[in-house]
Ligand binder design. Structure first.
Ligand SMILES: *Cc1c(COP(=O)(O)O)cnc(C)c1O
Length: 362
């Protein structure tokens, strides 16, 4: 049998591992930060009607400029943004990839601050961009001084700031984003995949007169649309012009565009569960703390918690009880997505049973 190492693959890809969140088919899946509430049936019906209409024209290529979708996304974001400020792709991962295709690439560097979203470094390697990292402040914070020092040290072409950050749930302050922008002539991309769960100010408020700032968003998390694969960004219109140079023509199918526009017309219903998810997130944090674990304060729809003696053992004990969470590779920590009330109860009950096994004395 041929193995990967037998193939004439790029040298810089040799030995790398693909993205691989385990996807065991269990009943309680709290591992990839989806909105675990299903789409309301009335909304689903409207989306299907839009898809039925769109499929009739699937003999033709879709609108290459996805104008209606960009208008819908601009209206959803507000902040005075128009369709010219918006770009979209098949998930925000593709938006990030196109950003590095245009502004990174061989001989260029992207700076990130681990622990952060695992795809950031994978997209860097896929685009041949060097991934350089710097250490965070205590409690996973990122002060302006720390970020500026890292920019001075590494001279990156692109800086990825994730806010709220996956997997910690912590946010990057507006002051830090401004300091990063002022310290570089490169691109500053703020990954706001979890913005709808946060009470803090969005980097969208900073876009005016900052043409090198990009704010990326997704419909995969709060918007309960992960399966549809729609991500987007807001930035100066010149950024979209740059991405037009690297995107594949017609990258957003007629079906994707129709589904996303129909879903955005029901934004209120799609986002109806966000407050409830935040309630369950806070319940998870409180419940974990009461059991002696150490939850990191989260602005997202998940909780990273420490104080775990053996994360792999606890992960597997939960899996046996049909609950899937995430080992993100931080010693003595695990990450869990805030689910429905019932899912959250099931998780906390299981944790109470496993408390003695899981906890390290601190
Ligand atoms: C989940 C996630 C995304 C979303 O990726 P999509 O491709 O839009 O599904 C982006 N950034 C971060 C930090 C995430 O956690």
């Amino acid at each position: 049998m041929t193995s990967l190492s037998d193939l004439p693959i790029r040298d810089d890809l040799r030995g790398l591992k693909p993205y691989g969140a385990p996807t065991d088919p269990v009943s309680i899946q709290l591992n990839v930060n989806e909105n675990t509430h299903p789409i309301p049936e009335a909304v689903a019906t409207d989306i299907v009607t839009a898809l039925a209409q769109a499929v009739m024209s699937a003999n033709r290529y879709p609108d290459r400029e996805f104008t209606e979708l960009r208008e819908s996304l601009a209206a959803y974001l507000g902040h005075g943004l128009t369709a010219d400020n918006i770009w979209a792709a098949n998930g925000s991962n593709e938006v990030l990839q196109q950003t590095l295709q245009a502004f990174g690439g061989p001989g260029r560097r992207v700076l990130g601050f681990p622990p952060t979203y695992s795809m950031h470094s994978i997209i860097a390697s896929g685009t041949g961009t060097e991934w350089v990292t710097a250490t965070r402040d205590p409690e996973y914070d990122l002060t302006p001084a720390t970020v500026v020092a890292a920019i001075v040290e590494h001279a990156p072409d692109v800086i990825f700031l994730c806010s709220p950050n996956n997997p910690t749930g912590t946010s990057v302050s507006i002051e830090t984003i401004v300091a990063a922008y002022d310290a570089t002539e490169g691109i500053v991309l703020v990954d706001e995949a979890y913005a709808e769960f946060s009470d803090l100010e969005s980097a969208l408020t900073l876009l005016h007169r900052r043409p090198r700032l990009i704010v990326s968003r997704t419909m995969s998390k709060a918007f309960a649309f992960a399966g549809a694969r729609v991500g987007y960004l807001a930035a100066d219109p010149a950024i979209a012009d740059a991405l037009r140079l690297v995107r594949l023509p017609y990258h957003l199918s007629v079906l994707t565009q129709a589904a996303a526009v129909a879903a955005l017309a029901h934004a209120t219903e799609m986002l109806a569960m966000v407050d409830e998810i935040k309630t369950q997130r806070d319940r998870m944090s409180a419940g974990l703390a009461a059991l002696g674990f150490v939850p990191v304060p989260s602005e997202a729809n998940f909780v990273l918690f420490g104080g775990v003696a053996d994360p792999q053992a606890l992960f597997h004990k939960l899996l046996i009880q049909d609950i899937l969470i995430r080992d993100v590779g931080i010693p003595h920590h695990l990450r869990v997505t805030a689910g429905t009330e019932a899912e959250t109860t099931a998780f906390l009950d299981a944790m109470a049973d496993l408390q003695a096994l899981g906890r390290v004395e601190s």
